[in-house]
Design a protein around this ligand. Structure first.
Ligand code: TRP
Length: 451
């Protein structure tokens, strides 16, 4: 009886496409449009991309399916799902790592998303393109190191995230993703068409698509692997949480493949929107994190109708960041709602505010508080390092071992919706048992500078 009531009141996605768009919205974010292009630029282009695609196929898709399966089977949050499947065992700690990772990641994600929002308004007002190209870097560094302004933009961004999540799965998260994701696709296509039709775009296209494996380094391979995780929103219970709202009739393997393809397609399109333009105007593709905030505005200045395209571009980033941030906040919200029986409203506001406050030192660490370091890293970088290099891979590793080994093959195949006789079922279990754990351990040891 109690169980029945609980299941009745638990939220679900309204439609299959609503779920797909929300999961794509989670995956497609700053990782695709900000980070993927700059790490591709830093690591030499096409050869790096090929390694990245292999990582998506070998560990990304299997772990995404594992997360969906765990969430959908138990209809519980990131911690509760492990508790239900293996009661009395310590596997739930995986979920605790996830909730912690969500907390840390969202704190600085909100800071970068705030920059994107601010750049959107600067692009609209014309202030951005009024900055002389050679001063774009100073302008950006000046902005992010100011004490107050970036924090106000971060607060505004986080307020929007909270308002969406308060509304719940159907009325908030699903509804917003249904509007934002198609818009995102259209904006990106317009930008790609603009970029690849510029005179001189060919060099940028071949940078993306003609591989030179001699330039591929070992560290590039590890960067690719770590990023596959981040980009697919794996390792912290996001996909467990989103999976827990999925109706029983949705085919999870197809969903995992579709979402991964969409995420990868988006990253490649973002590369196609950026590099041809960067090369066409003789800029440097290896400019690192400043690529979209420094190099691109300078590119827009030289482009016909550059202001229009700059507004589209920064809107695109802000919206992509929003749909991802929503999914990150939902992880602790779902956990606190069940564990402490908080209402959605209470959980969202309290957790949202705490995470936002925790992001403030991240923002300040790029300016006023830059003297304060933890193990040689500023606060922003330290939080990013802890979450992206330790908690996420650890979460992914434990999830793979959990579904690969602890649950037992039969149960895993059943909740994943694959049969033992099929090649996909075999490959999935093999991936979770051996391939993913080994690769993840190598990446972690490297990130910890142990190898
Ligand atoms: N995948 C998102 C991006 O590419 C970020 C993100 C959302 C994420 N949820 C996550 C990263 C969970 C790691 C884990 O920007």
């Amino acid at each position: 009886m109690g169980q029945g009531l609980e299941q009745q009141s638990r939220e679900q996605w309204k439609t299959r496409s609503g779920f797909m768009l929300a999961a794509m919205g989670s995956a497609i974010g700053l990782g695709n449009i900000w980070k993927f292009p700059y790490i591709t630029g830093e690591n030499g282009g096409a050869a790096f991309i090929i390694v990245y695609l292999i990582c998506i196929a070998l560990i990304g898709i299997p772990i995404m399916l594992a997360e969906f399966a765990v969430g959908r089977n138990t209809q519980k949050d990131a911690v509760g799902s492990f508790r239900e499947l293996t009661p009395g065992k310590p596997w739930f700690i995986t979920g605790i790592f996830g909730v912690a990772a969500a907390f840390f990641i969202l704190s600085f994600y909100g800071v970068v998303a705030g920059w994107a929002l601010s750049y959107t308004t600067k692009a609209m007002s014309g202030d951005l393109l009024a900055v002389p190209a050679d001063q774009m870097a100073d302008h950006f560094v000046g902005f992010i190191s100011t004490a107050l302004s970036p924090i106000l933009w971060q607060l505004l961004f986080m307020a929007i995230v909270i308002i969406v999540v308060v509304k719940g799965i159907k009325q908030g998260i699903e509804k917003w993703n249904k509007i934002l994701m198609p818009t995102l696709g259209v904006l990106l296509l317009i930008l790609v068409i603009r970029s690849v039709t510029l005179p001189g775009a060919g060099e940028g296209i071949s940078f993306l698509f003609s591989p030179d494996f001699s330039s591929l380094t070992a560290s590039a391979i590890l960067v690719a692997l770590g990023h596959a995780f981040f980009s697919l929103s794996l390792g912290m219970g996001t996909m467990i949480t989103y999976g827990s709202y999925v109706p029983k009739d949705v085919k999870l393997p197809t969903a995992a493949v579709g979402i991964s393809l969409a995420d990868t397609g988006f990253a490649l399109l973002a590369g196609l929107a950026i590099f041809p333009a960067v090369f066409a105007f003789g800029m440097n593709p290896g400019d690192g994190p400043g690529l979209i905030f420094i190099t691109l505005p300078a590119v827009f200045e030289m482009m016909p109708f550059g202001q229009f395209f700059s507004v589209l571009f920064f809107l695109l980033i802000s919206m992509a960041a929003l749909t991802s941030a929503i999914s990150i906040l939902e992880v602790p919200v779902a956990y606190f709602m069940r564990k402490f029986e908080w209402s959605r409203k209470k959980a969202t506001w309290i957790l949202g505010i705490i995470i936002t406050l925790f992001g403030i030192p991240s923002s300040l660490s790029l300016g006023a508080w830059s003297g304060f370091t933890i193990g040689g890293l500023g606060f922003f970088d330290a939080v990013d390092y802890l979450a992206s290099n330790i908690l996420l891979p650890l979460g992914g590793l434990l999830t793979a071992l959990f579904v690969g080994w602890a649950l037992g093959k039969k149960k895993s195949l059943e909740i994943g919706g694959l049969s033992e006789a099929s090649i996909w079922g075999k490959l999935w279990i093999l991936g979770l048992r051996f391939v993913a754990p080994v690769l993840i351990i190598i990446v972690m040891l490297n990130a910890l500078k142990l190898i």
